[in-house]
Design a protein. Sequence first.
Length: 135
Amino acid sequence: MRLRRQPPRPQHETMITLIDVVFFLLIFFMLIGRFDATSPFELSPPITTSGDALPAGGVTVSIAGDGRLALDGVEDDLDRIAARLRQLAGQRSVPLFVRINADASAPVRHLLRLTTALEGLAAADVVLVVTPTGA
């Protein structure tokens, strides 16, 4: 008894498997790649905390949504607040603790003006407390 084998089919070289591999590689490199600009030097970004109690003492500078400033609840202009903070920092043997309480609707330019005024102070800690709108 003689069995007939079917002749082997010609194998078609398909591009489908190659296309699959190329797409897998593309997805892989998209997932592991960095799309942001890297810094030319090493950075240690600041660490934020939430829900911790703020340290006691120090002073609080408040920034309203329209840019008005207050030092410990007394509204004043930036120059007088900066002068008062310099005076307080000079009277203390330990560095002054400054707490900035800014309304969420306050433009960042008001915060920048205040932090520029604080640069000359010997403040050990400057903490930014953000008050959400409607709170």
